[in-house]
Design a protein around this ligand. Structure first.
Ligand code: PGA
Length: 252
């Protein structure tokens, strides 16, 4: 089970970041079946370079679609890899809301793979309509966001299903494990159709959106997913530790 901590633009001080990372690392140190991945703001990445372990790995919340050059303010996947990062969230709904397209997400996923990072490609609908239009929306997001991934590297990617209505402070509610199961089966069906059964099995599907210590176990046991992308609850070391503990009791 892969449990990703998406710290977003938190915390504000390096001491706070250090403290949160140390506590998370300590909680992760006893994991046997699960792996924690901490995605701090870039500015804190350097603080943790020597601290990352196999069970408490490092990732980032975004990467540039470009490899180098005149891209003011951007950070390349290669730079992240050189600092010991192993994962990159791409296409988070908060970035898509600012205009990041499926095409840009696909380029970022490709850049991440080529640099040796695992891209965590985020997808998710704005609303879940009764007629099921959200499923065709998700299908398009998946195929376009994964478009052009180098064949040999594809198996290293991961997908995070994060329904937008369930994400962040304005969330209506978390998804239910039952509804999540339907969607995770659908995502694997689309992956199978696009890339074949072997690859669909290799690419883990994660869930994100109002995950907390109370509901994490039920998503992992009943949602058909192999991990979680955790926002708010990852900023509370004790709560995130409880999520890790639950995840460790499951077999991926
Ligand atoms: P949340 O955020 O857990 O705070 O809902 C999840 C995410 O944005 O990845």
């Amino acid at each position: 089970m892969l449990i990703i901590a998406n710290w977003k633009m938190n915390p504000q001080l390096p001491e706070e970041a250090r403290d949160l990372f140390q506590k998370t690392k300590e909680a992760a140190s006893s994991l046997a079946n699960a792996r924690a991945v901490v995605c701090p703001p870039y500015v804190f990445l350097g603080l943790f370079v020597r601290e990352a372990t196999h069970v408490c790995a490092l990732g980032v919340q975004n990467v540039s679609e470009e490899q180098s050059g005149a891209h003011t303010g951007d950070i390349s996947a290669g730079q992240v890899a050189a600092l010991g990062g192993q994962y990159a969230i791409v296409g988070h709904s908060e970035r898509r809301a600012r205009g990041e397209t499926n095409e840009a997400v696909a380029q970022k996923a490709r850049a991440a793979l080529e640099a040796g990072l695992t891209p965590i490609v985020c997808i998710g609908e704005h609303e879940r309509d009764e007629e099921g239009a959200y499923l065709s929306f998700l299908r398009t997001q998946i195929t376009e966001s994964l478009h052009g991934m180098p064949k040999k590297l594809r198996a290293s990617a991961a997908i995070a299903y994060e329904p937008i209505w369930a994400v962040g402070e304005n969330a209506v509610r978390a998804d239910t494990p039952e509804d999540l199961l339907e969607v995770s089966i659908f995502i694997r069906k689309v992956l199978t159709e696009e890339y074949g059964a072997r690859l669909a099995e290799a690419i883990p599907v994660l869930y994100g959106g109002s995950v907390n210590a109370e509901n994490a176990g039920s998503f992992l046991s009943g949602g058909g997913v192999r991990g979680l992308l955790v926002g708010r609850a990852s900023l509370d070391a004790d709560e995130f530790a409880a999520i890790l503990k639950d995840a460790d009791t499951m077999h991926a």
